[in-house]
Write a protein that binds this ligand. Structure first.
Ligand code: PLP
Length: 356
């Protein structure tokens, strides 16, 4: 890439937002063109030139294309769709704060992202233009965390916090770090995937002043593990930031054990720990991405029996109406009696084991 394209600000100001711009880079099908036109203003399209460069020019089923290009299916309201699938409105004790567990709170600092994923769970609020936390909202959110000593883990999320200028993000992180009972700060971001050039020394030097800070990112497909993205993850890890990954299980994109195996092994090589594999939420307009839960469990079984525990995330469903996350897995306990268990190993062989 030419030098200016390596600047994250250039990437943001040159995001692709129309079918015309996109068709200069890839061969759009007539359906894609129509779908883009129909969906604009509904849930915005914006793609960094970097991420667009990973798209297959001719294949509309390319996993990068499917994550970014609107489809008519988004206008369908599925039978089980919910406007606020995670009950985030109800669990809003202060502006921009979501608290569903006693010891952890989510602090949403902006509703903007580097690029907009078609499977966005917060599509109800993400992508609107005037949406970075105001000083007054931040003051109230921090006051809430301050007066709630049970909160020991604050997740800074959005939108994407790494879209903010380093100075603006530092103000937020420093203020959270100043709260004595907050032990861990976590940042949720898809920037290493969408805008890896944003992960620079200025950013990591700032973050490392406020350790312990963990980062959770969001890779969905091995095609996303480019040299640039791997460098971004390594730069975070080199700054002493443990990096985790949350993948969303998406029909037609990554609902396949071999694809996920490749992704998770690649992440581990980049020093990123696969943390969660999420069942696609019940947000309105993404039912076409959902896979049967049984299939997710089957994929987990296949992963568990073939790769290291380091490369296997937890398969989780985020329950509707704020029930929190529940993890599911293949059941290796064949029978359970008072004195003895029968357990199945990774090859399907059965073993007896004392119950106590
Ligand atoms: C996912 C989530 C958390 C963090 O959960 P972990 O299992 O600790 O990663 C905290 N708060 C909310 C609202 C969440 O959705």
């Amino acid at each position: 890439m030419a030098e200016e394209k390596e600047s994250w600000k250039w990437q943001l100001t040159h995001r692709i937002t129309t079918a015309d711009e996109l068709s200069k880079l890839i061969n759009l099908t007539p359906e894609e063109k129509a779908d883009i036109a129909e969906n604009l203003g509904f849930f915005r399209m914006a793609i960094t030139p970097y991420y667009a460069s990973l798209m297959d020019k001719d294949d509309p089923l390319c996993p990068i294309r499917m994550q970014m290009i609107p489809s008519a299916a988004e206008r369908v309201r599925g039978e089980f769709d919910l406007d606020d699938p995670l009950g985030e409105i109800k669990y809003n004790p202060a502006p921009n704060v979501v608290r569903r567990y006693p010891d952890r709170a989510l602090l949403l600092v902006t509703m903007q992202c580097a690029a907009y994923c078609r499977h966005c769970t917060r599509r109800r609020v993400v992508g609107s233009t005037d949406c970075t936390i105001t000083k007054e909202e931040l003051r109230q959110a921090l006051a809430y965390i301050e007066r709630t000593p049970e909160i020991r883990d604050v997740l800074i999320s959005g939108g994407d916090p790494f879209i903010l200028e380093t100075g603006a993000l530092e103000e937020i992180i420093a203020a959270v770090r100043a709260i004595k009972h907050v032990e861990i700060i976590r940042i949720g971001t898809r920037v290493p995937v969408m805008l890896p050039m944003r992960i620079d020394r200025e950013l990591t030097d700032m973050i490392r002043k406020y350790h312990p800070v963990w980062v959770n990112t969001h890779f969905n497909h091995p095609k996303e593990l480019t040299p640039e993205a791997i460098r971004a993850c390594e730069e975070l890890a080199d700054a002493g930031i443990p990096v985790g990954n949350q993948t969303v299980l998406l029909k037609g994109i990554n609902d396949d054990a071999e694809i996920l195996k490749k992704l998770f092994l690649g992440l581990v090589k980049a020093r990123v720990r696969p943390y969660y594999l999420f069942q696609c939420d019940l947000s309105v307009g993404i039912s076409h991405f959902r896979t049967p839960v049984e299939k997710g469990i089957e994929i987990m079984h296949s992963l568990t029996s073939s790769i290291s525990g380091y490369a296997v995330p937890k398969y989780a469903i985020d329950l509707p109406s704020g029930g929190g996350k529940v993890t599911l897995g293949y059941n290796y306990v064949v029978s359970k009696e008072e004195k003895e268990l029968v357990l199945e190993n990774y090859l399907g062989k059965l073993y007896r084991y004392p119950a106590r």
